[in-house]
Design a binder for this molecule. Structure first.
Ligand SMILES: NC(=O)c1ccc[n+]([C@@H]2O[C@H](COP(=O)([O-])OP(=O)(O)OC[C@H]3O[C@@H](n4cnc5c(N)ncnc54)[C@H](O)[C@@H]3O)[C@@H](O)[C@H]2O)c1
Length: 440
């Protein structure tokens, strides 16, 4: 790993398969910040600070001053979608941001048009669109993506690229033999293997080219041994899966607190209504199963019922997602948590979160683009577990239990940044403050 890097020169191309609600909200948001219309609220890299050294040193720089990240002014955007709307039209249709804001950015947004997508309706049953590539097999489609990426890089004069999957949630697929090695995977691409969905083809193209790849959806994509192996071979950092927004963000904030105080949980019922295209896609049982798996694992890994059987053994965890068009992107979620405390007395917690999904997801896309680029420049490759902070279902090395607790994830992320810049890691032990005071 390389430490203490210089600020990068040149432009960073951010490639987005899927130019829907999240991707267009991200692009419009960065342009709005660049044009002085707003602030990058929700982005740790742009607004967060980091403590360095001892508390008595009072060193608390902003993360963006401490780590030599790309400036927002150096970002250029590209992407693919099955619909041929430019980013302005797609953002208007997504209905997340208000019309006047989008109108003020119209020229810049309209200039970004989607490249034809690698798509197969078998993997996203509720969608169909005209802007799609054809090829004799999946390897040919991967080569076509590589051609797109090379052309984008040259046309936009980029020195570096990152790719972040913002496409729809694909149907549930389990890891099988074809996913085990680079060789079996490449053979599967040539043989049009049915366990290779489009998101894996994008991930393969990016990773083969050494382009950092993150997966914002719950489908497997790069979370298979073959692509982890390829990422190590090509020196590519990868991260996933499924942006941590909305209800799961709340879960990973509250559950660690309950566990920390040894409060028991009998049940956690979570339901959602949402009316955007993501909601429509998740109305299909195959796509819902992929999402459900991603959301379910959270509580079990935080509460660890195997280690704390008295508290969490009979935990009943239920998740519902209901497609309800009138609500658009303004999702509403309810959580009912049945907890118990001293002498087994029962209590309840109710959470009603009226969130805006894509508004929560957009700054995650920004942070991932900048941090993955930083990881690449620091010569880090393979799974970047320190980026678990951003994901519902963090990708972790084989045999490792993923870390879901938001606060532990943040500690890990901050320590990784300190490590990158050659600063002391912070353990929060703090005894030395008192030893010194006592003169020992
Ligand atoms: N909105 C959130 O807060 C949030 C949180 C976590 C995860 N996600 C995930 O992020 C993804 C995007 O969410 P969204 O709200 O923007 O959904 P969206 O439906 O608005 O956008 C997805 C876009 O991807 C396109 N697409 C689908 N398959 C494609 C392919 N193979 N190639 C290129 N384009 C393709 C669709 O046409 C659509 O425009 C979804 O998978 C969603 O589950 C979203």
């Amino acid at each position: 790993m390389k430490h203490n890097l210089e600020k990068p020169a040149g432009r960073l191309g951010v490639l987005l398969p899927g130019l829907g609600a999240v991707a267009t909200t991200f692009i419009a948001g960065v342009l709005a910040v660049r044009n002085g219309i707003s602030q990058p609220y929700g982005s740790l890299t742009q607004m967060g600070t980091i403590r360095l050294g001892k508390r008595t040193e009072h060193r608390l720089p902003e993360i963006k001053d401490f780590i030599p990240l790309s400036d927002l002014s150096s970002l250029v955007f590209g992407g693919w979608d099955i619909f041929d709307d430019n980013v302005y039209d797609a953002a208007v249709k997504a209905g997340v941001l208000e019309g006047q804001l989008l109108y003020d950015l119209k020229d810049e947004l309209s200039s970004i048009t989607p490249m034809p997508a690698v798509f197969d309706k078998d993997y996203v049953r509720r969608l169909d669109g005209p802007n799609v590539k054809t090829g004799r097999n999946k390897m040919e489609l991967a080569e076509a993506l590589i051609g797109d990426i090379e052309a984008f890089k040259a046309d936009n004069d980029c020195s570096r690229l990152v790719m972040i999957w913002c496409g729809s949630t694909e149907t549930f697929i389990e890891v099988t033999d074809v996913h085990q090695t680079v060789e079996s995977f490449e053979r599967g691409l040539i043989d049009n293997h049915s366990s290779i969905p489009p998101s894996m083809i994008y991930a393969y193209a990016a990773i083969r080219m050494g382009i950092p790849y993150a997966n914002g959806a719950p489908n497997l994509s790069a979370d298979i041994p073959a692509l982890v192996e390829l990422a190590k071979k090509t020196g590519t950092p990868i991260a996933g899966k499924d942006f941590k927004t909305g209800q799961t963000l709340m879960k990973t904030i509250i559950a660690p607190g309950l566990k920390a105080r040894s409060l028991g949980v009998h049940g956690w019922f979570s339901t959602n209504i949402l009316g955007n295209r993501d909601g429509e896609v998740l109305d299909d049982p195959g796509s819902f199963k992929t999402k459900e798996e991603s959301k379910l694992s959270v509580l079990e890994t935080i509460l660890e019922p195997d280690l704390h059987s008295h508290l969490y053994d009979d935990l009943y965890h239920k998740i519902r997602i209901n497609y309800y068009p009138p609500r658009g992107d303004n999702k509403e979620s309810w959580d009912n948590i049945d907890i118990f405390g001293w002498l087994g007395y029962k209590m309840q917690i109710k959470i009603n979160f009226l969130c805006r999904d894509s508004v929560l997801a957009a700054p995650i896309v920004l942070d991932l683009a900048l941090l993955l680029d930083q990881a690449k420049r620091s010569e880090m490759s393979g799974i970047q577990e320190w980026l678990s902070f951003y994901f519902k279902s963090p990708q972790a090395g084989e045999g490792l239990r993923p870390q879901h607790d938001l606060f532990r994830q943040l500690m890990k992320l901050e320590n990784t940044l300190r490590y990158m810049q050659g600063e002391d890691l912070i353990t929060h032990l703090g005894l030395d403050y008192y030893d010194e005071a006592a003169g020992s």
